[in-house]
Design a protein around this ligand. Structure first.
Ligand SMILES: Cc1cc2nc3c(=O)[nH]c(=O)nc-3n(C[C@H](O)[C@H](O)[C@H](O)COP(=O)(O)OP(=O)(O)OC[C@H]3O[C@@H](n4cnc5c(N)ncnc54)[C@H](O)[C@@H]3O)c2cc1C
Length: 498
Protein backbone atom coordinates (compact mmCIF):
# COMPACT_ATOMS: atom_id res chain seq x y z
CA UNK A 1 0.00 0.00 0.00
CA UNK A 2 1.33 3.43 -0.87
CA UNK A 3 0.38 6.14 1.61
CA UNK A 4 0.64 9.77 0.51
CA UNK A 5 0.16 12.65 2.90
CA UNK A 6 1.98 15.55 1.28
CA UNK A 7 -0.78 18.02 0.33
CA UNK A 8 0.90 18.90 -2.98
CA UNK A 9 1.05 15.23 -3.93
CA UNK A 10 -2.62 14.52 -3.23
CA UNK A 11 -4.37 17.62 -4.61
CA UNK A 12 -5.62 15.77 -7.69
CA UNK A 13 -7.81 13.51 -5.51
CA UNK A 14 -9.88 16.51 -4.43
CA UNK A 15 -11.62 17.39 -7.69
CA UNK A 16 -14.16 15.62 -9.84
CA UNK A 17 -16.62 16.75 -12.50
CA UNK A 18 -19.08 18.22 -9.97
CA UNK A 19 -17.18 21.49 -9.54
CA UNK A 20 -17.52 21.08 -5.75
CA UNK A 21 -14.68 22.76 -3.86
CA UNK A 22 -13.19 22.10 -0.42
CA UNK A 23 -12.55 18.37 -0.70
CA UNK A 24 -9.69 17.26 1.59
CA UNK A 25 -8.28 14.22 3.37
CA UNK A 26 -5.48 13.43 5.76
CA UNK A 27 -4.05 10.78 3.50
CA UNK A 28 -4.47 8.95 0.23
CA UNK A 29 -3.92 5.19 0.33
CA UNK A 30 -3.17 3.63 -3.04
CA UNK A 31 -3.79 -0.12 -3.03
CA UNK A 32 -1.06 -2.07 -4.82
CA UNK A 33 -2.60 -5.48 -4.38
CA UNK A 34 -6.04 -6.76 -3.49
CA UNK A 35 -5.10 -7.74 0.08
CA UNK A 36 -4.18 -4.11 0.80
CA UNK A 37 -7.86 -3.18 0.58
CA UNK A 38 -9.20 -5.40 3.35
CA UNK A 39 -6.26 -4.67 5.66
CA UNK A 40 -6.74 -0.93 5.19
CA UNK A 41 -10.51 -1.12 5.67
CA UNK A 42 -10.14 -3.06 8.91
CA UNK A 43 -7.50 -0.67 10.23
CA UNK A 44 -9.51 2.47 9.44
CA UNK A 45 -12.63 0.84 10.78
CA UNK A 46 -10.96 0.23 14.15
CA UNK A 47 -9.94 3.91 14.27
CA UNK A 48 -13.32 5.10 12.93
CA UNK A 49 -11.63 7.03 10.11
CA UNK A 50 -14.02 7.81 7.21
CA UNK A 51 -12.93 6.37 3.86
CA UNK A 52 -13.92 7.66 0.46
CA UNK A 53 -13.19 5.32 -2.42
CA UNK A 54 -11.84 7.14 -5.45
CA UNK A 55 -12.13 5.75 -8.94
CA UNK A 56 -11.14 7.98 -11.86
CA UNK A 57 -13.01 10.91 -10.25
CA UNK A 58 -15.20 11.71 -13.23
CA UNK A 59 -18.53 11.69 -11.34
CA UNK A 60 -20.81 14.73 -11.44
CA UNK A 61 -22.12 14.34 -7.92
CA UNK A 62 -19.00 14.67 -5.71
CA UNK A 63 -19.50 11.04 -4.64
CA UNK A 64 -15.78 10.28 -4.98
CA UNK A 65 -14.69 13.42 -3.11
CA UNK A 66 -13.57 13.11 0.50
CA UNK A 67 -14.30 15.68 3.18
CA UNK A 68 -11.86 14.53 5.86
CA UNK A 69 -10.55 11.06 6.67
CA UNK A 70 -8.81 8.96 4.04
CA UNK A 71 -9.09 8.42 0.31
CA UNK A 72 -8.69 4.86 -0.93
CA UNK A 73 -7.52 4.89 -4.52
CA UNK A 74 -7.75 1.82 -6.71
CA UNK A 75 -5.92 3.22 -9.72
CA UNK A 76 -3.20 0.54 -9.61
CA UNK A 77 -5.58 -2.42 -9.64
CA UNK A 78 -6.24 -2.25 -13.33
CA UNK A 79 -5.66 -5.73 -14.75
CA UNK A 80 -7.96 -7.01 -17.45
CA UNK A 81 -8.17 -10.80 -17.66
CA UNK A 82 -8.61 -13.13 -20.62
CA UNK A 83 -11.94 -13.37 -22.37
CA UNK A 84 -13.66 -16.71 -21.78
CA UNK A 85 -16.20 -17.64 -24.44
CA UNK A 86 -19.17 -19.46 -22.91
CA UNK A 87 -21.15 -20.00 -26.11
CA UNK A 88 -21.95 -18.10 -29.30
CA UNK A 89 -24.15 -15.67 -27.43
CA UNK A 90 -21.84 -14.47 -24.67
CA UNK A 91 -18.42 -14.44 -23.03
CA UNK A 92 -17.09 -13.47 -19.62
CA UNK A 93 -14.16 -11.32 -18.63
CA UNK A 94 -12.72 -10.69 -15.16
CA UNK A 95 -11.38 -7.20 -14.56
CA UNK A 96 -9.88 -5.42 -11.59
CA UNK A 97 -11.70 -2.41 -10.30
CA UNK A 98 -9.27 0.24 -11.60
CA UNK A 99 -9.48 -0.94 -15.22
CA UNK A 100 -10.61 1.84 -17.51
CA UNK A 101 -13.89 1.28 -19.32
CA UNK A 102 -12.24 2.29 -22.63
CA UNK A 103 -9.60 -0.47 -22.19
CA UNK A 104 -12.22 -3.09 -21.40
CA UNK A 105 -14.26 -2.08 -24.45
CA UNK A 106 -11.17 -2.18 -26.67
CA UNK A 107 -10.05 -5.57 -25.44
CA UNK A 108 -13.54 -6.97 -26.01
CA UNK A 109 -13.72 -5.45 -29.51
CA UNK A 110 -10.31 -6.86 -30.49
CA UNK A 111 -11.75 -10.36 -30.00
CA UNK A 112 -15.13 -9.70 -31.61
CA UNK A 113 -17.08 -9.01 -28.42
CA UNK A 114 -18.96 -6.00 -27.12
CA UNK A 115 -19.05 -4.65 -23.58
CA UNK A 116 -22.33 -2.79 -24.16
CA UNK A 117 -22.55 -0.11 -21.43
CA UNK A 118 -21.53 3.09 -23.14
CA UNK A 119 -21.16 6.07 -20.79
CA UNK A 120 -19.77 9.11 -22.59
CA UNK A 121 -16.79 9.31 -20.22
CA UNK A 122 -14.63 6.33 -21.14
CA UNK A 123 -11.78 7.23 -18.76
CA UNK A 124 -13.90 6.19 -15.79
CA UNK A 125 -12.86 3.02 -13.96
CA UNK A 126 -15.10 -0.03 -14.07
CA UNK A 127 -15.36 0.17 -10.25
CA UNK A 128 -16.76 3.69 -10.58
CA UNK A 129 -19.18 2.57 -13.29
CA UNK A 130 -20.41 -0.30 -11.10
CA UNK A 131 -20.68 1.93 -8.04
CA UNK A 132 -22.86 4.38 -10.00
CA UNK A 133 -24.56 1.82 -12.27
CA UNK A 134 -23.45 3.99 -15.18
CA UNK A 135 -25.28 4.00 -18.50
CA UNK A 136 -25.14 6.08 -21.65
CA UNK A 137 -26.43 6.68 -25.14
CA UNK A 138 -26.79 3.03 -26.12
CA UNK A 139 -28.76 2.21 -22.99
CA UNK A 140 -31.91 2.33 -25.12
CA UNK A 141 -31.03 -1.07 -26.54
CA UNK A 142 -28.44 -2.48 -24.16
CA UNK A 143 -29.51 -1.24 -20.73
CA UNK A 144 -27.16 -0.25 -17.93
CA UNK A 145 -23.95 -1.49 -16.26
CA UNK A 146 -25.99 -3.71 -13.89
CA UNK A 147 -27.15 -5.80 -16.86
CA UNK A 148 -23.55 -6.89 -17.58
CA UNK A 149 -22.19 -7.66 -14.11
CA UNK A 150 -22.21 -11.39 -13.45
CA UNK A 151 -20.16 -11.52 -10.24
CA UNK A 152 -18.31 -9.23 -7.84
CA UNK A 153 -15.45 -9.69 -5.44
CA UNK A 154 -15.92 -7.14 -2.70
CA UNK A 155 -14.35 -6.09 0.60
CA UNK A 156 -16.32 -4.86 3.62
CA UNK A 157 -15.16 -2.51 6.34
CA UNK A 158 -14.82 -5.39 8.83
CA UNK A 159 -11.98 -6.59 6.58
CA UNK A 160 -13.95 -9.53 5.22
CA UNK A 161 -14.18 -10.42 1.54
CA UNK A 162 -16.97 -12.03 -0.45
CA UNK A 163 -17.19 -13.38 -3.98
CA UNK A 164 -20.79 -12.83 -4.93
CA UNK A 165 -22.13 -14.51 -8.03
CA UNK A 166 -25.41 -13.55 -9.62
CA UNK A 167 -28.13 -16.01 -8.62
CA UNK A 168 -26.50 -17.05 -5.34
CA UNK A 169 -28.09 -14.78 -2.75
CA UNK A 170 -31.63 -13.36 -2.98
CA UNK A 171 -33.77 -11.42 -0.54
CA UNK A 172 -36.73 -13.45 0.73
CA UNK A 173 -40.33 -12.23 0.51
CA UNK A 174 -39.81 -10.14 3.66
CA UNK A 175 -36.80 -8.44 2.06
CA UNK A 176 -34.36 -10.32 4.31
CA UNK A 177 -31.14 -11.98 3.24
CA UNK A 178 -28.19 -13.68 4.90
CA UNK A 179 -24.89 -14.11 3.12
CA UNK A 180 -21.41 -15.26 4.01
CA UNK A 181 -18.12 -13.47 3.62
CA UNK A 182 -14.81 -15.26 4.24
CA UNK A 183 -14.95 -14.17 7.89
CA UNK A 184 -18.49 -13.27 8.81
CA UNK A 185 -22.17 -13.75 8.19
CA UNK A 186 -24.16 -10.67 7.22
CA UNK A 187 -27.87 -10.25 7.76
CA UNK A 188 -29.55 -7.51 5.80
CA UNK A 189 -33.09 -6.23 5.34
CA UNK A 190 -33.99 -4.31 2.21
CA UNK A 191 -35.46 -0.82 2.61
CA UNK A 192 -39.22 -0.68 2.08
CA UNK A 193 -39.49 2.27 -0.31
CA UNK A 194 -40.69 1.53 -3.81
CA UNK A 195 -38.51 2.58 -6.73
CA UNK A 196 -40.02 3.47 -10.10
CA UNK A 197 -39.83 0.73 -12.68
CA UNK A 198 -37.79 2.82 -15.13
CA UNK A 199 -34.11 3.59 -15.65
CA UNK A 200 -32.97 4.70 -12.20
CA UNK A 201 -29.79 5.57 -10.29
CA UNK A 202 -31.39 6.99 -7.14
CA UNK A 203 -31.09 5.17 -3.81
CA UNK A 204 -30.19 1.56 -3.02
CA UNK A 205 -31.68 -1.07 -5.32
CA UNK A 206 -34.54 -2.85 -3.54
CA UNK A 207 -36.76 -4.79 -5.92
CA UNK A 208 -38.63 -7.78 -4.47
CA UNK A 209 -36.36 -10.85 -4.13
CA UNK A 210 -33.40 -8.69 -5.13
CA UNK A 211 -30.14 -10.40 -6.00
CA UNK A 212 -27.17 -9.37 -3.82
CA UNK A 213 -25.15 -8.46 -6.94
CA UNK A 214 -27.84 -5.94 -7.90
CA UNK A 215 -27.99 -4.51 -4.38
CA UNK A 216 -24.25 -3.79 -4.37
CA UNK A 217 -24.33 -2.19 -7.83
CA UNK A 218 -25.15 1.52 -7.68
CA UNK A 219 -24.29 1.79 -3.97
CA UNK A 220 -22.02 4.81 -4.62
CA UNK A 221 -19.09 3.65 -2.50
CA UNK A 222 -21.15 3.25 0.67
CA UNK A 223 -21.61 -0.52 1.21
CA UNK A 224 -18.39 -2.19 0.07
CA UNK A 225 -15.29 -1.76 -2.04
CA UNK A 226 -15.35 -3.52 -5.40
CA UNK A 227 -12.15 -5.45 -6.01
CA UNK A 228 -12.86 -7.54 -9.12
CA UNK A 229 -15.83 -7.97 -11.34
CA UNK A 230 -16.87 -10.59 -13.85
CA UNK A 231 -18.50 -8.87 -16.81
CA UNK A 232 -20.67 -10.27 -19.55
CA UNK A 233 -19.76 -9.58 -23.18
CA UNK A 234 -22.03 -10.12 -26.16
CA UNK A 235 -21.14 -10.53 -29.86
CA UNK A 236 -20.06 -7.25 -31.39
CA UNK A 237 -22.17 -5.93 -34.22
CA UNK A 238 -20.61 -6.34 -37.68
CA UNK A 239 -21.55 -2.93 -38.96
CA UNK A 240 -23.33 0.17 -37.79
CA UNK A 241 -25.08 3.09 -39.44
CA UNK A 242 -27.01 6.05 -38.21
CA UNK A 243 -28.32 9.49 -38.82
CA UNK A 244 -28.90 12.93 -37.42
CA UNK A 245 -32.34 14.20 -38.31
CA UNK A 246 -33.13 17.89 -38.06
CA UNK A 247 -36.74 18.84 -37.35
CA UNK A 248 -38.45 22.18 -37.79
CA UNK A 249 -41.29 21.15 -35.51
CA UNK A 250 -40.72 19.82 -31.99
CA UNK A 251 -43.96 17.84 -31.87
CA UNK A 252 -42.96 16.02 -35.05
CA UNK A 253 -39.70 15.09 -33.31
CA UNK A 254 -41.53 13.51 -30.40
CA UNK A 255 -43.95 11.70 -32.70
CA UNK A 256 -41.04 10.27 -34.69
CA UNK A 257 -39.30 9.07 -31.52
CA UNK A 258 -42.52 7.47 -30.29
CA UNK A 259 -42.86 5.58 -33.54
CA UNK A 260 -39.21 4.38 -33.60
CA UNK A 261 -39.47 3.27 -29.99
CA UNK A 262 -42.53 1.23 -30.72
CA UNK A 263 -41.02 -0.42 -33.83
CA UNK A 264 -37.76 -1.13 -32.01
CA UNK A 265 -39.51 -2.68 -29.02
CA UNK A 266 -41.48 -4.96 -31.29
CA UNK A 267 -38.34 -5.96 -33.23
CA UNK A 268 -36.58 -6.81 -29.97
CA UNK A 269 -39.52 -8.74 -28.58
CA UNK A 270 -40.16 -10.72 -31.76
CA UNK A 271 -36.48 -10.93 -32.74
CA UNK A 272 -37.22 -9.37 -36.15
CA UNK A 273 -33.91 -9.28 -38.02
CA UNK A 274 -34.94 -6.98 -40.87
CA UNK A 275 -36.75 -4.38 -38.83
CA UNK A 276 -35.61 -1.06 -37.42
CA UNK A 277 -34.23 -1.76 -33.95
CA UNK A 278 -32.39 1.36 -32.80
CA UNK A 279 -29.30 1.06 -30.64
CA UNK A 280 -29.56 4.67 -29.49
CA UNK A 281 -32.00 7.56 -29.79
CA UNK A 282 -30.51 10.85 -28.66
CA UNK A 283 -32.22 14.24 -28.55
CA UNK A 284 -30.93 17.78 -29.02
CA UNK A 285 -33.11 20.84 -28.62
CA UNK A 286 -32.76 24.04 -30.63
CA UNK A 287 -30.44 25.68 -28.08
CA UNK A 288 -28.21 22.62 -27.84
CA UNK A 289 -27.81 22.69 -31.61
CA UNK A 290 -27.19 26.43 -31.68
CA UNK A 291 -24.38 25.96 -29.14
CA UNK A 292 -22.37 23.86 -31.61
CA UNK A 293 -23.41 25.68 -34.79
CA UNK A 294 -19.98 27.32 -35.14
CA UNK A 295 -18.37 23.88 -35.21
CA UNK A 296 -21.03 22.37 -37.46
CA UNK A 297 -22.04 25.07 -39.93
CA UNK A 298 -24.16 22.65 -41.97
CA UNK A 299 -26.80 22.47 -39.21
CA UNK A 300 -29.90 23.88 -40.96
CA UNK A 301 -30.97 27.42 -40.07
CA UNK A 302 -34.56 26.96 -38.99
CA UNK A 303 -34.21 23.95 -36.77
CA UNK A 304 -36.25 23.25 -33.65
CA UNK A 305 -34.74 19.92 -32.58
CA UNK A 306 -32.57 17.02 -33.69
CA UNK A 307 -32.47 13.29 -33.20
CA UNK A 308 -29.41 11.11 -33.56
CA UNK A 309 -30.00 7.42 -34.07
CA UNK A 310 -27.66 4.45 -34.36
CA UNK A 311 -28.57 1.07 -35.80
CA UNK A 312 -26.35 -1.93 -35.09
CA UNK A 313 -26.11 -4.58 -37.81
CA UNK A 314 -25.29 -8.26 -37.22
CA UNK A 315 -25.89 -9.85 -40.62
CA UNK A 316 -25.39 -8.81 -44.24
CA UNK A 317 -28.60 -6.80 -44.20
CA UNK A 318 -27.33 -3.26 -43.78
CA UNK A 319 -29.04 -2.17 -47.01
CA UNK A 320 -32.39 -3.66 -46.01
CA UNK A 321 -32.25 -1.96 -42.62
CA UNK A 322 -31.18 1.37 -44.11
CA UNK A 323 -34.15 1.18 -46.51
CA UNK A 324 -36.45 0.63 -43.52
CA UNK A 325 -35.10 3.75 -41.83
CA UNK A 326 -35.35 5.86 -44.98
CA UNK A 327 -38.93 4.69 -45.50
CA UNK A 328 -39.85 5.51 -41.92
CA UNK A 329 -38.24 8.94 -42.12
CA UNK A 330 -40.09 9.79 -45.34
CA UNK A 331 -43.38 8.33 -44.08
CA UNK A 332 -43.11 10.76 -41.18
CA UNK A 333 -42.99 13.67 -43.60
CA UNK A 334 -39.29 14.41 -43.06
CA UNK A 335 -37.30 15.55 -46.07
CA UNK A 336 -34.10 13.56 -46.61
CA UNK A 337 -32.38 16.91 -47.16
CA UNK A 338 -32.72 17.42 -43.41
CA UNK A 339 -30.91 14.20 -42.57
CA UNK A 340 -27.19 13.49 -42.26
CA UNK A 341 -26.33 9.81 -42.66
CA UNK A 342 -23.36 7.84 -41.36
CA UNK A 343 -22.86 4.49 -42.98
CA UNK A 344 -19.98 2.85 -41.12
CA UNK A 345 -17.99 2.77 -37.88
CA UNK A 346 -15.76 5.76 -38.63
CA UNK A 347 -18.64 7.97 -39.75
CA UNK A 348 -20.63 7.01 -36.65
CA UNK A 349 -17.66 8.01 -34.51
CA UNK A 350 -17.92 11.51 -36.03
CA UNK A 351 -21.58 11.65 -35.01
CA UNK A 352 -20.65 10.60 -31.49
CA UNK A 353 -18.16 13.45 -31.39
CA UNK A 354 -20.98 15.77 -32.53
CA UNK A 355 -23.15 14.47 -29.67
CA UNK A 356 -20.34 14.87 -27.10
CA UNK A 357 -19.54 18.37 -28.30
CA UNK A 358 -22.65 19.66 -26.53
CA UNK A 359 -21.65 18.75 -22.94
CA UNK A 360 -18.09 19.84 -23.75
CA UNK A 361 -19.33 23.31 -24.76
CA UNK A 362 -21.51 23.45 -21.66
CA UNK A 363 -18.46 22.72 -19.49
CA UNK A 364 -16.50 25.48 -21.23
CA UNK A 365 -19.25 28.00 -20.45
CA UNK A 366 -19.46 26.83 -16.83
CA UNK A 367 -15.70 27.28 -16.41
CA UNK A 368 -15.83 30.74 -17.99
CA UNK A 369 -18.85 31.93 -15.95
CA UNK A 370 -17.53 30.36 -12.74
CA UNK A 371 -21.14 29.55 -11.79
CA UNK A 372 -22.06 25.86 -11.49
CA UNK A 373 -24.48 24.54 -14.07
CA UNK A 374 -27.84 23.19 -13.07
CA UNK A 375 -28.22 19.91 -14.89
CA UNK A 376 -31.18 17.58 -14.70
CA UNK A 377 -30.81 13.81 -14.81
CA UNK A 378 -34.45 12.81 -14.42
CA UNK A 379 -36.41 10.16 -16.26
CA UNK A 380 -40.16 9.59 -16.31
CA UNK A 381 -42.43 6.76 -17.47
CA UNK A 382 -43.33 6.75 -21.20
CA UNK A 383 -46.84 8.04 -20.59
CA UNK A 384 -45.56 11.11 -18.71
CA UNK A 385 -42.93 12.28 -21.15
CA UNK A 386 -44.97 15.04 -22.80
CA UNK A 387 -46.20 16.31 -19.43
CA UNK A 388 -42.70 16.80 -18.08
CA UNK A 389 -41.44 18.34 -21.31
CA UNK A 390 -44.30 20.89 -21.25
CA UNK A 391 -43.71 21.60 -17.59
CA UNK A 392 -39.97 22.21 -18.08
CA UNK A 393 -40.56 24.44 -21.11
CA UNK A 394 -42.92 26.66 -19.13
CA UNK A 395 -40.46 26.83 -16.23
CA UNK A 396 -37.56 27.70 -18.55
CA UNK A 397 -39.60 30.44 -20.17
CA UNK A 398 -40.58 31.94 -16.81
CA UNK A 399 -37.10 31.95 -15.43
CA UNK A 400 -35.62 33.36 -18.64
CA UNK A 401 -32.09 31.98 -18.24
CA UNK A 402 -30.21 30.33 -21.11
CA UNK A 403 -30.87 26.60 -21.12
CA UNK A 404 -30.46 23.68 -23.42
CA UNK A 405 -31.66 20.10 -23.36
CA UNK A 406 -30.16 16.97 -24.80
CA UNK A 407 -30.03 13.30 -23.87
CA UNK A 408 -31.47 9.88 -23.95
CA UNK A 409 -34.97 10.49 -25.29
CA UNK A 410 -35.36 6.77 -26.01
CA UNK A 411 -35.57 6.27 -22.24
CA UNK A 412 -37.41 9.54 -21.45
CA UNK A 413 -34.19 10.62 -19.77
CA UNK A 414 -33.18 14.17 -20.59
CA UNK A 415 -30.33 16.37 -19.44
CA UNK A 416 -31.60 19.95 -19.29
CA UNK A 417 -28.72 22.30 -18.56
CA UNK A 418 -29.46 25.75 -17.19
CA UNK A 419 -26.51 28.11 -17.41
CA UNK A 420 -26.78 31.03 -15.01
CA UNK A 421 -24.58 34.08 -15.55
CA UNK A 422 -24.50 35.23 -11.94
CA UNK A 423 -25.40 34.22 -8.38
CA UNK A 424 -28.85 35.84 -8.58
CA UNK A 425 -29.79 33.85 -11.69
CA UNK A 426 -28.31 30.72 -10.17
CA UNK A 427 -30.50 31.02 -7.10
CA UNK A 428 -33.62 31.49 -9.27
CA UNK A 429 -32.71 28.43 -11.32
CA UNK A 430 -32.00 26.30 -8.26
CA UNK A 431 -35.51 26.99 -7.00
CA UNK A 432 -36.87 26.13 -10.43
CA UNK A 433 -34.94 22.84 -10.38
CA UNK A 434 -36.66 21.91 -7.11
CA UNK A 435 -40.05 22.55 -8.78
CA UNK A 436 -39.04 20.30 -11.69
CA UNK A 437 -37.91 17.58 -9.28
CA UNK A 438 -41.24 17.83 -7.46
CA UNK A 439 -43.10 17.40 -10.75
CA UNK A 440 -40.91 14.45 -11.80
CA UNK A 441 -41.72 12.73 -8.52
CA UNK A 442 -45.46 13.43 -8.90
CA UNK A 443 -45.27 11.80 -12.34
CA UNK A 444 -43.70 8.64 -10.94
CA UNK A 445 -40.25 9.43 -12.30
CA UNK A 446 -36.76 9.31 -10.86
CA UNK A 447 -34.63 12.30 -9.85
CA UNK A 448 -31.48 10.61 -11.14
CA UNK A 449 -31.56 8.06 -13.91
CA UNK A 450 -27.84 7.91 -14.57
CA UNK A 451 -25.41 9.93 -12.44
CA UNK A 452 -26.57 8.97 -8.95
CA UNK A 453 -27.25 10.98 -5.80
CA UNK A 454 -23.76 11.47 -4.37
CA UNK A 455 -23.41 14.41 -2.01
CA UNK A 456 -25.42 16.90 -4.06
CA UNK A 457 -28.89 15.44 -4.48
CA UNK A 458 -30.01 14.45 -0.98
CA UNK A 459 -32.91 16.89 -1.11
CA UNK A 460 -34.11 15.41 -4.37
CA UNK A 461 -33.92 11.86 -3.05
CA UNK A 462 -35.90 12.95 0.01
CA UNK A 463 -38.63 14.22 -2.32
CA UNK A 464 -38.65 10.92 -4.17
CA UNK A 465 -38.50 8.46 -1.27
CA UNK A 466 -39.75 10.59 1.62
CA UNK A 467 -37.45 12.07 4.26
CA UNK A 468 -38.18 9.19 6.62
CA UNK A 469 -36.40 6.87 4.21
CA UNK A 470 -33.00 8.38 5.14
CA UNK A 471 -33.17 6.54 8.47
CA UNK A 472 -33.88 3.32 6.61
CA UNK A 473 -31.06 3.96 4.15
CA UNK A 474 -28.63 4.56 7.03
CA UNK A 475 -29.73 1.38 8.80
CA UNK A 476 -29.37 -0.58 5.58
CA UNK A 477 -25.87 0.82 4.99
CA UNK A 478 -24.80 -0.14 8.49
CA UNK A 479 -25.79 -3.75 7.98
CA UNK A 480 -22.94 -3.91 5.43
CA UNK A 481 -20.60 -1.24 6.79
CA UNK A 482 -20.95 -1.76 10.54
CA UNK A 483 -18.53 1.02 11.45
CA UNK A 484 -20.30 3.49 9.14
CA UNK A 485 -17.09 4.87 7.62
CA UNK A 486 -17.49 4.19 3.90
CA UNK A 487 -18.60 6.86 1.45
CA UNK A 488 -19.98 9.04 4.23
CA UNK A 489 -22.52 11.64 2.98
CA UNK A 490 -23.13 9.79 -0.27
CA UNK A 491 -26.81 9.02 -1.05
CA UNK A 492 -28.10 10.35 2.31
CA UNK A 493 -26.80 13.04 4.73
CA UNK A 494 -24.16 11.91 7.20
CA UNK A 495 -26.14 12.99 10.27
CA UNK A 496 -28.40 9.95 9.78
CA UNK A 497 -25.40 7.67 10.47
CA UNK A 498 -25.72 7.50 14.23
C1 LIG B 1 -17.73 14.19 -19.79
C2 LIG B 1 -18.46 13.22 -18.89
C3 LIG B 1 -19.44 12.42 -19.43
C4 LIG B 1 -20.11 11.51 -18.60
N1 LIG B 1 -21.05 10.72 -19.17
C5 LIG B 1 -21.69 9.81 -18.41
C6 LIG B 1 -22.65 8.94 -19.00
O1 LIG B 1 -22.91 8.99 -20.20
N2 LIG B 1 -23.27 8.06 -18.19
C7 LIG B 1 -22.99 7.97 -16.86
O2 LIG B 1 -23.59 7.13 -16.18
N3 LIG B 1 -22.10 8.78 -16.28
C8 LIG B 1 -21.43 9.69 -17.01
N4 LIG B 1 -20.51 10.51 -16.44
C9 LIG B 1 -20.27 10.44 -14.99
C10 LIG B 1 -19.12 9.50 -14.55
O3 LIG B 1 -18.23 9.23 -15.59
C11 LIG B 1 -19.69 8.21 -13.99
O4 LIG B 1 -20.42 8.47 -12.83
C12 LIG B 1 -18.63 7.14 -13.66
O5 LIG B 1 -19.26 5.93 -13.37
C13 LIG B 1 -17.71 7.51 -12.51
O6 LIG B 1 -16.63 6.60 -12.49
P1 LIG B 1 -15.24 7.00 -11.82
O7 LIG B 1 -14.30 5.87 -11.96
O8 LIG B 1 -14.78 8.30 -12.33
O9 LIG B 1 -15.69 7.11 -10.30
P2 LIG B 1 -15.49 8.28 -9.23
O10 LIG B 1 -15.99 9.56 -9.75
O11 LIG B 1 -14.10 8.25 -8.75
O12 LIG B 1 -16.44 7.74 -8.08
C14 LIG B 1 -17.82 7.64 -8.27
C15 LIG B 1 -18.43 6.80 -7.15
O13 LIG B 1 -17.98 5.46 -7.24
C16 LIG B 1 -17.39 5.03 -6.02
N5 LIG B 1 -16.38 4.05 -6.36
C17 LIG B 1 -15.41 4.16 -7.31
N6 LIG B 1 -14.70 3.02 -7.35
C18 LIG B 1 -15.22 2.19 -6.42
C19 LIG B 1 -14.89 0.87 -5.98
N7 LIG B 1 -13.90 0.17 -6.51
N8 LIG B 1 -15.63 0.33 -4.98
C20 LIG B 1 -16.66 1.01 -4.41
N9 LIG B 1 -17.00 2.25 -4.80
C21 LIG B 1 -16.28 2.84 -5.79
C22 LIG B 1 -16.87 6.30 -5.39
O14 LIG B 1 -16.70 6.17 -3.99
C23 LIG B 1 -17.99 7.25 -5.75
O15 LIG B 1 -19.05 7.07 -4.86
C24 LIG B 1 -19.81 11.44 -17.22
C25 LIG B 1 -18.80 12.24 -16.69
C26 LIG B 1 -18.12 13.12 -17.52
C27 LIG B 1 -17.00 13.93 -16.93
Amino acid sequence: MIIKKDKDMIQNYFEDNSGVRGSNADLVAIAEKEEDISIFLKEMSAKKVPITVAGALTANTASGLAFGGAVLSLERLNKIGKIKKIDESYALITVQTGARVSDIKEKAYSEGWLYPPDPTEKNAFIGGNIATNASGGRGFKFGVTRDYVEALKVAFTDGSIAFVERGKYFADKNGEMTFNTNKSKKNITLPRYVLPNIKNASGYYNKPQADLVDILIGSEGTLCVFIDSVLKLIPHFKEVFGGIIFFDDKNKTYEFVKRIKSISKRAKFENLKNSINAMSLEYFDKNALSLIKDDYKAIPESVEAGIMFEQDVYEDNSDVLMEEWVKEIEDNGISLEKVWFASNFSEIEKFRVFRHKIPEKVNEIVKKNKIPKIGTDFAVPDSKFFTIVDFCEKEFKNVGVFNLTFGHIGENHLHANILANNEHEYEKCRKMYIRIVQKVVELGGTVSAEHGIGKLRHTFLAKMLGKESFKELAKFKKSFDTSGILGVDNIFPKQYLV
